[in-house]
Design a binder for this molecule. Structure first.
Ligand code: COA
Length: 329
């Protein structure tokens, strides 16, 4: 083994075609476009078809990322899928993606760190390449949150959407390393302020689970809000320190797209000008592990992020988990 540098060679993203607007939602639950926009900034979100799963969304994003990286699927040595909505509890979703895209030489596993999943995935992938063990790793953040949302609960169902984003990490010379710094953290003390209570071994599926909707996402919104702002701003600060950079060195902040108020509060705490903070939550809602890579890929497609620029990813989610990575694109 020989230490290697890491870079993001390519990205891709995919959202399902079907769009659910706030007005559509107001026909399902007692809510309004005005309430949702004021409290969250969300105007619409994309919803997967019944027969379209997290592995399908992942595969679409993956193929685009592989094409943009200029490698073949056979060159992939590892696929990591970060998700809280796997196709099945077992086996892992990454192996299903492998099957769908034909990445026959890849090892596969999924990673569960809630909405921070992609940021965790980048850290894992960068570590495995940096150590010299791997050369090409595909990191995907993908969710079909519409499958775990309680569509009668207006306090949660208005927030979430489906989609996938992916990045191919490749090895480079140590002196060209583009993974500049990071921070990951967790506080299991608050694991039940944002969770799906049933479906695991603690509360296996039963009629009671279905009757009481314990298989759907449950959240204490106010508590989550508070922890999200603190968790993301602290984590971003630590990652900057580790990278020996200041916020002025950063060209773009790509924060987890949960709520425009949370993103703005984090931006203010970090003292980042709002022009550097990308926002697309209005069009996609909270897509959990998919939100950072969808936003990043969209920025690249729009020509906003250019090679050589420094980008700060920061996210927060159930666990609780939080994390930040700083890369040079
Ligand atoms: N439409 C209309 N009214 C709604 C509503 C909806 N979709 N959802 C809740 N309300 C009502 C509440 O019932 C409450 O009514 P009441 O005052 O009569 O009791 C009122 O609106 C205010 O609700 P509250 O929960 O205090 O609103 P809030 O300002 O805290 O905003 C969230 C709620 C969920 C938008 C906000 O707490 C939030 O964004 N939290 C973080 C969520 C998140 O990002 N989770 C994922 C993290 S990865």
């Amino acid at each position: 083994m020989k230490f290697q540098g890491v870079k993001i060679a390519g990205t891709g993203s995919y959202v399902p075609e079907k769009v659910l607007t706030n007005d559509d939602l107001s026909k399902i639950v007692d809510t309004s476009d005005e309430w949702i926009v004021t409290r969250t900034g969300i105007k619409e979100r994309h919803i997967a078809e019944d027969d379209q799963f997290t592995s399908d969304l992942s595969s679409e994003a993956a193929l685009k990322a592989i094409a943009s990286a200029g490698i073949t699927v056979e060159e992939l040595q590892l696929i990591i899928v970060a998700t809280l909505t796997p196709d099945k509890t077992f086996p892992n979703t990454a192996s299903l993606v492998q099957k769908k895209i034909g990445a026959v030489n890849a090892a596969c596993f999924s990673l569960e760190a809630g909405c921070t999943g992609f940021v965790y995935g980048l850290e894992v992938g960068a570590g495995m390449i940096g150590s010299g063990l791997y050369k090409n790793i595909l990191v995907i953040g993908a969710e079909k949150l519409s499958s775990v949302v309680d569509w009668t609960d207006r306090t949660t169902c208005v927030l979430f959407g489906d989609g996938a984003g992916a990045a191919v990490l490749t090895a480079t010379e140590v002196e060209n390393n583009a993974y500049l710094g990071s921070d990951l953290g967790s506080s299991g003390e608050q694991h039940d302020i944002l969770h799906i209570p049933a479906g695991g071994c603690a509360i296996p599926f039963s009629q009671k689970v279905v009757d009481e909707k314990l298989n759907t996402l449950q959240m204490n919104g106010k508590e989550v809000f508070k922890h999200a702002v603190k968790g993301m701003s602290n984590s971003a600060t630590k990652a900057l320190e580790e990278a020996n950079l200041t916020v002025d060195d950063i060209d773009w902040v790509v924060a987890h797209q949960a709520n425009v108020r949370i993103i703005n509060a984090v931006g203010q705490k970090l003292n980042v000008p709002s022009e550097k903070v990308y926002i697309n939550v209005d069009r996609f809602g909270n897509t959990s592990a998919a939100s950072v890579p969808i936003a990043f890929d969209e920025m690249i497609q729009k020509g906003l992020v250019k090679r050589g620029q420094k980008v700060l990813f920061v996210a927060f989610g159930g666990g609780l988990t939080w994390g930040a990575n700083i890369i040079e694109y």
